[in-house]
Design a protein around this ligand. Sequence first.
Ligand code: MGD
Ligand code: MGD
Ligand code: SF4
Length: 764
Amino acid sequence: MARAQLKITRRTFLKSGTAAGTLAAVGLRPSNPARNGLALANGTAPWYRRGEIKTTYNYCDMCPWRCGVVVQSVDGVVQKIDGNQADPKSRGMLCARGQGGVSFAYDPDRLQSPMIRTGERGEGKFREVTWEEALDYTASKINTLKDTHGPESLAVFGHTSGEFWFTDYFAQAFGTPNAAKPSSSLCLSPREEAAILTYGLGVGGHEPVDWDELECLTLIGSHIGEDTRNTVMQDFSAAWSRGASVIVVDPRFSSVAAKADHWLPIKPGTDTALLLAWMNVIITEGLSDAEYVAEWTEGFDALADHVAEFTPEWAAPITDLSADQIRTTARVMAASKPRSVIMPGRHVVWYGNDTQRMRATYLINALLGAYGRHGGMYFSKSPYLEAYPHPPFAVAGSSGGCSAEPGEESDELPLGPTGKARADGARDTFLRGSTAMQELIDPMISGDPYPIKGLIVYGTNLLNSVPNVPRTIEALKALDLVVAIDVLPQEHVAWADVVLPEATYLERYDELFAVAHKTPYIAMREPAIEPLYDTKPGWWMARELGLRVGLDSFFRWETAEEYLNTRLRSVGSSLEKMRDSGGVIIQAGKPYLEDFEGASPFHTPSEKIEFYSEQLAEAGHDAMPVFEPVEEPPDGFFRLLYGRHPVHTFAKTQNTPLLNELYSENEVWVNEDAASAAGFSSGDEVWLENQDGATSGPIKVKATQRIRDDAVFLVHGFGQDSPGLTRAHGVGASDTKLQTRYALDPISGGAGMRVNFVRLRKEV
Ligand code: MGD
Ligand code: MGD
Ligand code: SF4
């Protein structure tokens, strides 16, 4: 479509988003009289005239994307956060959530002081204590666990950008392999595992789509616009305005489906059938990039044989799409090759066969000759940056999270388990560089294969992020030690023995953010203001705890500045030099095949892209993707789908005053005809009950033609039970509470969460 005539502006794109809050997403700020230099109506001076402006550099922690920001404060109060022009992720812009950072830091519901439990676990009764007492108590418990059961009896869960100090540095130094991040097995482990098996390279935190020259974008359940990662929104808007074709496969008419040339409202759980049929069309019609396939891939003949039977006519009744739609979209994709990409999804733990589905998408990208080509997918490169010179760690890292991890040093994800038996059993999974968080819960209850008796929860919303909440609660009851390090009184905090309140990202130094990218770069975080209340930064807590459990040799540095400056010396820089150069260091990348001068960039055993995977075959898995049908919803039930809202991140921002004001309550999307057949219409309050009798609600019905009649949809993160969250408490329904089961992906260890069903009830 010649979209140039439409002259899409950011404003018109965002208008079609699902909330007014999206308007802030690319830097359209609400009008502010102070911006014009006017005195405010009540006579007070605008903030920038109240004292000296302190400017600091940071990376946003309102979601794991981590856009670079410039923070301005006056007299110890943060006044303004802007996107950092020099930062390759923000490019001077922020989304609404990024703008909400000030409101997040000044949320009056924040945890304010260290606490030790006085009541029963779960009651939320604590006494305030000094940091000395809280840390001494925690350390003595950890030392007892180590002496009695070994270091592996301590599990460490972590997310948000400070996770490095606990799930990486502290856990590895202490010697527990049981450190896990929700951003791995509850998010993207299948796509990383599939990429390593297929290309010999992980995708990395920043999906390497070569947006500037892209001509055709295919999205499989990636809902850009509701998934409001700043840079992705900017890149999509630009590509769409340029007239790039867009194909969206989603059972729901998402914001981005509204922008698509082709929307395929697929039956949930059948994407692999569609992908196989697309391969069938591309191969049988001779639409692949034959030269690229011959030079850079292995196993083409086997793939051609494999997909010969998976015709569009075969896939049509499975996917509930027409054979014509399938054939047409395959041709559209191929017409733009190699500037045509199926974007690697991000939250890809869906039905338990997820690594194979992701592999199928990568095989299509390879048939189209996209990897390493202009307008296809570039090769991400990690920036050069040496690790802090600590003694060798007792175990290897957990890594593999939602973003290129701070401290990441290599182009590849670290390879695997660590010598010690892992309590997640590792089953027959590959689990390279990541531990399946949800698989660590059972050993906390059963002690099998060995006891896990202690848990540090850093920045992880345990009871809102991990499926099967009743099982997690059983584990919390069984543990000898539970430590919560958070900024808010989230539900799981009530189950802790010790609560350590952290200063927010605006109040602390943190590990450098080293981003694998087309232009590899390093971003810094420094405090804009002193920590509020009696809170402390994570690096300080990790160090104080480390010194108390005998890890002195790992914590020779005394301050974060000392640690950071030591690392930065390896690239001839320092915090001061970084400040002078705008808060980021940008290095050169090697994005395209030609940059490798004939050498193979693919680190598979064959040094080619592997259509047929010997590694999978040897481990007893299908060497090429096959479609496995998923369980159908029982009569009267809908499949429970869930996703993002433009102004909220997971379950952590629902209480943030500014963002709560923009969207305070989720709704359940139900197909209009299905809702009316069941006697419901928009605005009705209902309870949701799942296949196991778990309930959540009440929640309002949104009856709409924008979703198929076999599924319902919820925005994740609502229906929270913590009374300490005064705005979010008890509002809407929780997808997590309705996910009492998950399907384990045997290859990646991912927890497929779209295997739950719900029905609507007037009351419970
Ligand atoms: P959040 O709700 O963002 O999700 O899983 P989580 O990271 O657990 O929780 C962040 C926690 O960190 C909150 O407790 C918050 O209060 C705390 N926090 C915020 N800032 C700070 C800080 O500066 N320091 C400390 N110490 N704590 C802080 C996300 C995970 O969830 C992911 S990545 C995905 S993709 C999955 N999504 C998902 C879903 O869509 N639906 C369901 N049902 N489950 C999901 N689980 C996964
Ligand atoms: P989901 O939010 O789970 O994942 O963002 P995405 O990777 O886009 O995507 C849900 C979409 O998948 C919905 O549109 C749903 O209808 C569709 N879907 C459901 N089932 C199927 C199916 O069987 N087949 C197909 N084809 N589609 C299906 C997650 C991403 O968002 C992540 S992982 C992070 S870390 C960020 N988190 C985040 C956030 O918390 N808030 C906002 N505003 N943006 C975010 N961006 C990122
Ligand atoms: Fe912050 Fe938004 Fe960027 Fe996420 S996408 S890091 S919330 S500005």
